[in-house]
Ligand binder design. Structure first.
Ligand code: UDP
Length: 239
């Protein structure tokens, strides 16, 4: 492949919703296969890939809490949902012959490895894809925060947040046809304009550590690879 990667190591954040396809709930295996293909293209050009997967396609603590469950219990359920998504993603990646490790922030001996920073670094350096599951392991956090945290911990060059829209807009582009897309933003722009791209905890974390975040459209085929070879996909948030 003649396309030279711009990044040596990335942290890709996939929302749970991204795995559910048109079904509206659960996991769509055909979506997983397409993602495995796109992730495989990165591995093929020598990019080290860490992945944080959400769980919103199965359970969200806030929604369970609104329905009457205890919030901490709901968040535990949400984190366990991310482990299920991670197992499904690993299955798709390994069927595409991509060596994949799943680590969990909550120990789950016999199912997945417990998160260990140094071991994760060894796997990434060895070219294995590492899926970080169970979020941060703590209730009241999100998988966006987990993605920023793990991205910073493993010294990724960028956090790539996959969404259904083409970047960050001044208003919801699905509801407002006149919405304007930003090419780039600073962390403070995101905070001041209250752009709901990630929760405040995640934004503050990347701002403190000056970790760049690119928001791009994962439904657009080839967008992930294009981002990694330096294409100006979506919106870049940086210092
Ligand atoms: N969650 C949590 N702590 C974390 C990450 C996630 O408690 O560090 C729970 C929380 O209930 C959340 C759910 O797991 O709603 C699924 O994660 P998230 O909503 O971030 O998934 P996504 O929106 O990316 O699919």
């Amino acid at each position: 492949n003649d396309r030279q990667p711009k990044y040596k190591r990335i942290l890709l954040k996939l929302s749970g919703e991204a795995l559910q396809g048109e079904g509206g709930f659960g996991i769509d295996p055909s979506v997983l296969d397409r993602m495995a293909l796109e992730i495989g293209q990165l591995v093929g050009i020598g990019v080290q890939v860490g992945i944080v997967i959400g769980g919103g396609n199965l359970f969200r603590g806030a929604a369970l809490s609104a329905a009457g469950l205890d919030r901490v219990t709901g968040d535990h359920m949400g984190m366990l949902a991310t482990v299920m998504n991670a197992l499904a993603m690993r299955d798709a990646l390994e069927r595409s012959n991509i060596n994949t490790r799943v680590m969990s922030s909550i120990p789950m001996d016999g199912v997945v490895e417990h998160y260990d920073h140094r071991r994760a670094m060894r796997y990434l350096n060895g070219g294995d894809v590492v899926i970080f599951s169970a979020g941060t392991g703590n209730p009241f956090f999100t998988t966006d925060s987990a993605a920023c945290l793990r991205g910073i911990e493993v010294d990724a060059d960028v956090v790539l947040k996959a969404t259904k829209v083409d970047g960050i807009y001044d208003k919801d582009p699905v509801k407002h046809p006149d919405a304007v897309k930003f090419e780039s933003l600073t962390y403070d722009d995101v905070l001041e304009r209250k752009l709901g791209v990630m929760d405040l905890t995640a934004i503050c974390l990347v701002r403190d550590q000056q970790m760049p975040v690119r928001v791009f459209n994962m439904n657009k085929s080839g967008a992930l690879l294009n981002t990694v070879v330096g294409g100006e996909e979506g919106t870049l948030v940086s210092g």
